[in-house]
Design a protein around this ligand. Structure first.
Ligand code: FMN
Length: 349
């Protein structure tokens, strides 16, 4: 079938072929196994990634497991828990010690992940002060050591994700991309902001275009894609091989499906009130079933997602407030049922 927009349909990281070329960004506290499966079930997303996971934590957990010791709740292995229907799935690691990252990448490979990704983009102080995340963007020789050692440790596809640089006067994304290519990585993802920028201003898509011109491995563009139109614009503006979506996926998990529909037809469906009801109900049900596999409490997670999911719902503030007042997870589910029963009844009347 002819597409309305000629944009990449496949993204290839070495032997890993991903369709479509639109991926879910890793988001700590959001993209746990429950949310990832939820996104998978809705369709249109080519790749999902774990939340970033401490390489030191992974090694400590691996040692504990090999010694036959009980693992503790909120451990790093919990972040790396996934179910078989999540494939293809990549694990994201952070850290700054090459040997530890290489060991952790080996564990990731042994756990059956389809790829491993390193985070050179996290702006959080706790991470950057030990040189992890975007802190590494100020130490390219260390990035090289890390990339070489991790590359030598695993044979699964290996990628990294970074920001454009530490600050406007320290832009290094093309250098990091070239390092990644020369060390044998299969792809890179760029969030078009500096560390200093945090989330302020706009993501600089020109930088993504520049990186794309600087390397021949696949480049995934990231930052400020909030609609299907944005996704197509990102492909067209930057020439990137894939588009990665973060924040928008939390409040509009249909965005991946909408993008595919938009590429094919030039139009896309907006979710109905019934769709929104089913989305919240299904996500909460998944949470109830697999709450043992997330970090944090199920009721807390339900409240966190109420903030995202009630956007766009008619009288959404009312629902959000009602959910915040709930105690037990089952009470949240009953509240959602009651709210939509009334809401859909008034819509039908
Ligand atoms: C709550 C939250 C958690 C995040 N956690 C991670 C993370 O674990 N690893 C990572 O590489 N980026 C993380 N990011 C950054 C996103 O992956 C993404 O690069 C950024 O949000 C820009 O994309 P967007 O405009 O589509 O949201 C996080 C972002 C948010 C909002």
């Amino acid at each position: 079938m002819n597409k309305v927009f000629e944009v990449p349909q496949k993204l290839r990281f070495g032997a890993l072929e991903l369709t479509p070329a639109v991926t879910l960004a890793p988001m700590a506290g959001v993209t746990d196994t429950v949310f990832r499966r939820f996104i998978r079930n809705l369709g249109g997303c080519g790749l999902i990634m774990t939340e970033f996971t401490s390489s030191e934590g992974v090694i400590a957990d691996d040692r504990r497991k090999k010694a036959g010791q009980k693992t503790v709740r909120r451990n790093s292995f919990n972040y790396l828990y996934y179910e078989q229907d999540e494939h293809p799935i990549v694990a994201q690691l952070f850290g700054s010690d090459p040997a530890t990252l290489a060991d952790a990448a080996r564990v990731v490979e042994d756990l059956g992940f389809d790829g491993v990704d390193l985070n050179f983009g996290c702006p959080v102080k706790k991470v950057t002060t030990c040189n992890g995340g975007s802190g590494l963007l100020r130490d390219l020789p260390l990035i090289r050591q890390i990339l070489e050692q991790v590359r030598a440790a695993v044979s699964i596809p290996f990628t990294c994700k970074f920001r454009t640089g530490w600050s406007d006067t320290e832009i290094v994304c093309c250098e990091v991309g070239r390092l990644a290519e020369s060390c044998g990585l299969q792809g890179v993802a760029l969030h078009g902001r500096t560390r200093e920028q945090g989330y302020a201003g706009n993501a600089n898509w020109d930088m993504i275009a520049e990186l794309k011109r600087a390397v021949s491995i696949p480049v995934v563009g990231n930052g400020d894609v909030f609609s299907p139109e944005d996704a197509v614009r990102m492909f067209q503006h930057t020439g990137c091989d894939g588009v990665m979506i973060g924040r928008a996926a939390a409040s509009n998990p249909w965005i991946f499906r909408q993008i595919q529909q938009y590429i094919a037809t030039g139009e896309y469906d907006e979710p109905t009130e019934q769709d929104r009801y089913e989305m919240i109900r299904d996500y909460y049900q998944l949470l109830l079933n697999r709450g043992d596999r997330i970090s944090g409490r199920v009721d807390g997670k339900m409240k966190q997602f109420a903030t995202y999911f009630t956007r766009g719902v008619r009288n959404g503030t009312q629902l959000r407030k009602a959910i915040y007042r709930c105690g037990e997870p089952q009470e949240v589910i009953d509240t959602v049922e009651r709210f939509f029963e009334e809401q859909l009844a008034t819509e039908a009347a």
